[in-house]
Structures are given as structure tokens and as C-alpha cells.
Design a protein around this ligand. Structure first.
Ligand SMILES: [Fe+2]
Length: 305
């Protein structure tokens, strides 16, 4: 991933700096074991631009396969900060995801505007989930779930004092019942099991084709707290008027964070020159293969990244 992201402006310094963006995160609005920030971005694949969009609260509903005590409630996260926003590796992850999901055929969730084929409205989270003597850290308290999006991309930043069985991701058939906990799931409906173990390990899920769940964070040394740091990138098409997120799905640029992240020329040249993706099926699961060719020098125009 480090080499791949370097094609999109990531630098060795920013790779190291990304490991520190979870330090000092503010509390999550509804979960006491999690700290988080959240930023909204519009990936406009027609104009080949990414821009940050105005601050709005966040909501996920039961109808979107998210069953939890705060389903349907507006959640006001702290906004993503400069330390993350201007990190070239963070930006490279946005570009990487935009290119990865562009043009892939997926089952679409209801309530989304398919007319704007190339516009996606993502959210990016930085999170730290902690287990201590007082509380259990749950990467997915909601059990088996979907994220109400088209694609969920999870990126591992780091962990401390976790047992090996902590934070294992399971991928489930859509027939699995929402909110089932780790020990309740139907093994016949479990498609895969995977785990982030190394920095920048990344999982991409087609969210309306597969559900997922994540196991509890357990402390290796129970006398010490354990933690897991992640970045999560949600993307989907823009919500229609009947959708629970319609009022909170603006693509209006953020007043103080407006900038073109990448220009048409840069991204198209980079896309052609550095990456090609193939999508194929293995045992019913969709697998993405990538071919990477390093570009020297990188095709980055000044002022773009
Ligand atoms: Fe999720």
C-alpha cells in the first residue's frame, strides 16, 4: 500500500505522520469506548475533483442494516482536523478509493440517486477504540450490519496490547440477521474471515452485497488498556428525498476547507499510468486484483497535492 499510495502523492514523512492522527481524538458522540473525528468529501469522478463538503451531522438507520441503540439518531462528530486533512497519505487514500470503486458494477441500495453516476458522497472517519478494566471496546457494537453505503473501506493504523483474536472481521451473506453478535452467527452464512494486522492493511466491502461484523478488542495484558486505531472511508451515491440522510447529504463545499484535491489531468494521467484493476469472483466473493506500475517522476502538478 505504501508504494501504491506514493503514486497519488503520499510521502514517507506523511506515511509516518498518519500513524499519529488518532492521538488526542475527541470522544465519539454515542460510544464511550471510542474516540473519533469525521469529515465529508465529495468525489466527483466526472470532473476528476475531490472537495470537502460542509459540516453536517451523521445518521444511520435500521432500514440501512444498522441496528444499534443510536440507529436513526443524529450523531454530531468532531470534524476532521488539519493534521489529517492535509496529510498527503490521507489524500492518497481518498484518490485510491475513488479509482478503485469507479466503474465497478454493484447492487445499489434503495433511496440513492443513480442519475448522477459519477458523484459519490463519502465520509471519512478516524477512530480509536479502547478496552480497559472499565469498558469493552467494540469495533462493531452493532454486530452483523451494513454501513448504509455502496463501499466501505477500512484501513488499519495501529494497535496496542490486543490479543490475536481481537478485531477479526467476518463477512456475511446478506441473509444473515442484522445485530447478531459474534457468538450467534450462522457459520453457513459466513463467507470469509479476515484481520487487519499490518499498518495500512485495507479491506474493501461492497456494502449492499455483503454484511460484516467485527470481534471485541481484548487486552493481552488485562492490567493495561488495549486499543485499535482505524480509518474508515464510506462512499455511496447521493441520497434521494425519502432517504433518512437526505438532509445531511449536501455536496456544498465546506466554507473553510474548499480546495481542488486533484485536477482532471493529474488523476487521469495517474490512473492510466499507474493502476489497472480487475474484478473477478472467488467462491462467490468479489475479489479485486491490482496491477501497479510505478511512475517516475510522479505525475503530480504543483498546487494539486
Ligand atoms: Fe461497518
Amino acid at each position: 500500500m505504501v508504494e501504491l499510495l506514493s503514486a497519488f502523492g503520499s510521502t514517507p514523512e506523511s506515511v509516518e505522520a498518519l500513524k499519529r492522527v488518532t492521538e488526542g481524538l475527541p470522544p465519539d458522540p454515542t460510544l464511550n469506548f471510542r474516540k473519533a473525528r469525521n469529515g465529508r468529501y465529495c468525489l466527483d469522478l466526472d470532473s476528476r475533483e475531490i472537495h470537502r463538503t460542509e459540516f453536517q451531522p451523521f445518521v444511520l438507520s435500521v432500514e440501512e442494516d444498522f441496528v444499534r441503540h443510536d440507529s436513526g439518531k443524529l450523531r454530531h462528530f468532531a470534524e476532521i482536523n488539519n493534521q489529517t486533512q492535509y496529510n498527503p497519505t490521507f489524500r492518497a487514500l481518498l484518490i485510491f478509493k475513488a479509482l478503485l470503486v469507479e466503474g465497478t458494477e454493484i447492487l445499489h441500495r434503495p433511496g440513492l440517486d443513480l442519475r448522477h453516476e459519477q458523484v459519490r458522497s463519502p465520509r471519512s472517519f478516524t477512530t480509536r477504540t479502547t478496552t480497559s478494566k472499565e469498558m469493552k471496546g467494540e469495533p462493531a457494537l452493532e454486530g452483523v450490519h451494513g454501513d448504509g453505503v455502496d463501499h466501505t473501506m477500512t484501513v488499519f493504523l495501529g494497535a496496542k496490547n490486543m490479543t490475536e483474536e481481537s478485531a477479526v472481521t467476518r463477512i456475511h451473506d446478506m441473509r444473515e440477521v442484522n445485530a447478531k453478535q459474534w457468538y450467534e452467527i450462522d457459520p453457513n452464512l459466513m463467507i470469509d474471515r479476515m484481520q487487519h494486522t499490518n499498518f495500512l492493511d485495507t479491506i474493501l466491502i461492497v456494502d449492499h452485497e455483503r454484511k460484516h461484523s467485527v470481534s471485541t478488542i481484548e487486552a493481552r495484558d488485562p492490567e493495561q488498556s488495549a486499543r485499535r486505531d482505524m480509518m474508515v472511508f464510506f462512499t455511496r451515491k447521493v441520497a434521494l428525498p425519502d432517504h433518512v440522510s437526505f438532509e445531511y447529504d449536501s455536496v456544498v463545499p465546506h466554507t473553510s476547507w474548499r480546495w481542488p484535491l486533484i485536477c482532471r489531468t493529474c488523476v487521469s494521467e495517474r490512473a492510466v499510468s499507474t493502476l489497472s484493476f480487475g474484478v473477478y469472483e472467488v467462491n462467490g466473493a468479489r475479489v479485486v486484483s491490482t496491477q501497479f506500475r510505478r511512475v517516475t517522476p510522479p505525475l503530480i502538478k504543483s498546487g494539486c497535492l
